[in-house]
Design a protein around this ligand. Structure first.
Ligand code: ATP
Length: 453
């Protein structure tokens, strides 16, 4: 009998460029139990030599039953001889935005478990229903079909990616994005495998739960505004434009020549510009639609002047357009001996020994000369150099400039935590322009041929 769930798992294993050890993220719900069972069954055929499975359950410690549920997943994994770890979210929980916080911590704990269990990638059980809910939520937030104003991982326009790089270190793969929950449940029923129904799924305090109910009531199975392929193609086009038209100096200033400064009609160019701006501003999301509209008008007008959007100054001069972080709300970061921290969402700083204090380099001494050497106008050099990090020993703050005391790496905020597979080409172009290495490639065939929608 044909079995879409088993076939999807086999097809997915064939899409790898080399055999891998896979960590399955198992909550205990039907979808993730389904992906675990299906991969186990596919590997057990012997047709996928070299593959192996491990599993991890994150205990968010938000409900009294969660520890017991994790233990039941662990017991089930033992019956399949699959190594399993439970990782618990310790410490205080935020009063608001609990689902978003849980999601961030969940991926971090899964990544740590993958490292501990020697896994090369993570697989989740996201389904077609999850995809539709995500698209619906993004659509509702953007007030209509736009491509410029998405949030977080997707940056709008497309649904969830079938592949996503977490924290620059581990790929998260979603092989069941096209399968329906009912199919997965019959697959489990046929094998007499039980699953846990999460009571949070009935809690209408959560946006996702309300969206789910709305979709079910309307019978409207929304398709993505864009497919993954279109999105990847747009990303590739944006990457080319970043390489051709944008020069980033010292990770502080983006320079665009006058001939391209007023162009805003091409959506790929708009994305390219906005993504570079987000990276310069240390923000993981693009500015809101209304801000983007004001920005387009400002650029189209072609007059010299300045406008701030998403913490970044767009400085239009006769010679071109210059982007740099605005000099407001720059933080102070204290690092203990040998400590590491992220300053202003832009610079990852690791102390080479002593305790350090990182502030804005108000004198601009450190970067000014290098920006002058790059041929930038003096007005731009002055403004941009004062938003560079100034590093000093904690016991003599402000006296010595301490670049030699620390290692500095640029943090590309829109992509360093969650990078959707279909944006990797663009993310690589941004990484190169900020003087960084490219992102690691996924273990499955390229985004343009990926299974996702
Ligand atoms: N507590 C958990 N432990 C391990 N894996 C989990 C846990 N919760 C969710 N997952 C994984 O994530 C998948 C999606 O779960 P769910 O729909 O609840 O999360 P989401 O918040 O919608 O997803 P995302 O975190 O990607 O936004 C599950 O199929 C499972 O693979």
């Amino acid at each position: 009998m044909p079995d879409a769930v088993f076939d999807t798992a086999s097809y997915f294993l064939r899409s790898f460029t080399r055999p891998c050890r896979i960590l399955v993220a198992v909550s205990g719900g039907s979808d993730s139990m389904g992906v675990l069972m299906a991969l186990h069954a596919a590997i057990a055929t012997g047709e996928h030599p070299g593959f192996s499975l491990a599993a991890c359950t994150v205990d968010h410690a938000l409900r009294p039953q969660s520890a017991e549920e994790a233990a039941s997943v662990a017991a089930f994994c033992r019956t399949l001889d699959i190594a399993h770890r439970t990782r618990r979210w310790e410490g205080a929980k935020p009063a608001t935005g609990i689902q978003a916080a849980a999601r961030k911590i969940r991926y971090e704990l899964l990544a740590v478990a993958a490292e501990a269990l020697g896994a090369d990638c993570i697989v989740t059980g996201h389904t077609r229903e999850d995809q539709h809910e995500t698209i619906e939520m993004r659509r509702a937030r953007s007030n209509g079909p736009g491509i410029d104003d998405g949030e977080g991982e997707g940056h709008g326009g497309a649904g969830m990616a079938a592949t996503m790089l977490y924290g620059r270190r581990v790929w998260v793969l979603r092989p069941f994005l096209r399968l329906g929950r009912a199919e997965i449940r019959s697959f489990l029923d046929a094998r007499a495998v039980a699953w846990i129904d999460d009571p949070s799924n009935a809690n209408h305090a959560f946006e996702r739960v309300r969206v789910r109910a709305r979709i079910a009531a309307s019978d409207d199975m929304q398709m993505p505004l864009w497919g993954g392929r279109q999105r990847a193609a747009s990303s590739a086009a944006a990457a080319g434009l970043i390489e051709d038209r944008i020069r980033v100096h010292e990770a502080l200033v983006a320079e665009i020549t006058a001939e391209n400064a007023g162009a805003t009609d091409d959506p790929d160019w708009r994305r390219a510009l906005l993504i570079v701006a987000s990276a310069l501003g240390g923000r993981d999301h693009l500015p809101a639609r209304a801000t983007v509209q004001r920005l387009s008008e400002f650029l189209r007008a072609g007059k010299p002047g300045r406008m701030t959007a998403g913490r970044v100054v767009f400085d239009r001069r006769a010679g071109g357009l210059y982007l740099y972080r605005e000099a407001r709300n720059l933080p102070v970061l204290a690092l203990g001996p040998g400590g590491q921290g992220l300053w202003d969402g832009r610079f990852k700083i690791t102390s080479g020994g002593p305790a350090l204090v990182v502030t804005a380099d108000a004198s601009g001494r450190r970067s000014a000369q290098r920006l002058i050497d790059a041929g930038l106008p003096m007005g731009i050099v002055k403004r941009a150099s004062t938003v560079a990090p100034g590093i000093a020993p904690a016991d003599a703050a402000g006296i010595a400039y301490g670049e030699a005391l620390a290692e500095i790496e640029y943090n590309i905020a829109p992509f360093d935590t969650f990078l959707p597979g279909f944006d990797r080409i663009m993310a690589d172009a941004v990484a190169v322009s900020f003087g960084r290495e490219r992102y690691p490639a996924p273990p499955v065939h390229d985004v343009l041929t990926e299974m996702g929608m």
